[in-house]
Design a protein around this ligand. Structure first.
Ligand SMILES: Cc1cc2nc3c(=O)[nH]c(=O)nc-3n(C[C@H](O)[C@H](O)[C@H](O)COP(=O)(O)O)c2cc1C
Length: 188
């Protein structure tokens, strides 16, 4: 089994992100070979990076860092669920990525981007150099236009095309994670 961490990148009250992540988890359950862990940054509540040493040294002094490290260590692949905020992705997501180093490496990453005018395309584009720095092979993304996916009551609903696109993407993630697993063992 490939363990996929679904990271909810938005933390604000009333966010759409929680619903998008739950949809992603439902779709992932239909993809053979995948187990999922929901990693909600609002619940995990990391403070702004408060470790002295560079994360690659793993000299963690804070309990929250050790906990976050263990949660990411347990994964084989990552799905970043990100809204677009001001042409980029939310600050808590950058902070959560910056906290760690080795834990992310050689784990394929895919993204679900969503937003008002751009369907999250610029958020996903802004994440590309960040995940490259963390040595995460970037498998691709699915984009959601919030205006057409969230109704007047704030309920998120996907289309069949969205569902199929995400399942296809996650299928590629499974293959990539299986291929990379032996190389992660070599590196550890
Ligand atoms: C601070 C902020 C900045 C935003 N900037 C953009 C933007 O640059 N482009 C865009 O398409 N949508 C933008 N939006 C709209 C969000 O992408 C949209 O409201 C989305 O649902 C937010 O995700 P969330 O509900 O999970 O927080 C912005 C929203 C917020 C709160």
């Amino acid at each position: 089994m490939v363990v996929l961490g679904i990271v909810t990148g938005s933390t604000r009250p009333g966010r759409v992100g929680g619903q998008v992540s739950r949809w992603a988890r439902q779709q992932a359950a239909l993809v053979p070979g995948l187990d999922t862990q929901l990693l909600d940054l609002a619940e995990i509540a990391l403070p702004m990076l408060d470790e002295e040493a560079h994360p690659s040294e793993r000299l963690y002094t804070q309990e929250h860092t050790r906990r976050w490290s263990a949660q990411i260590d347990a994964l084989d692949a990552v799905l970043l669920v990100t809204p677009e905020y001001n042409y980029s992705f939310p600050a808590p997501l950058k902070n959560a990525l910056d906290f760690l180093s080795h834990e992310w490496q050689r784990k394929p990453v895919a993204m679900v981007g969503y937003g008002m005018t751009s369907s999250g395309t610029r958020a996903v584009a802004a994440l590309a150099p960040v995940v490259a720095a963390l040595r995460m092979p970037n498998v691709g993304a699915v984009y959601l236009p919030v205006r057409r996916r969230v109704d007047a009551d704030g309920a998120f609903g996907s289309t069949q095309d969205d569902d199929e696109a995400l399942r296809a993407l996650l299928g590629e993630v499974v293959e990539m994670a299986q291929a990379l697993r032996p190389t992660r063992l070599l590196a550890s």
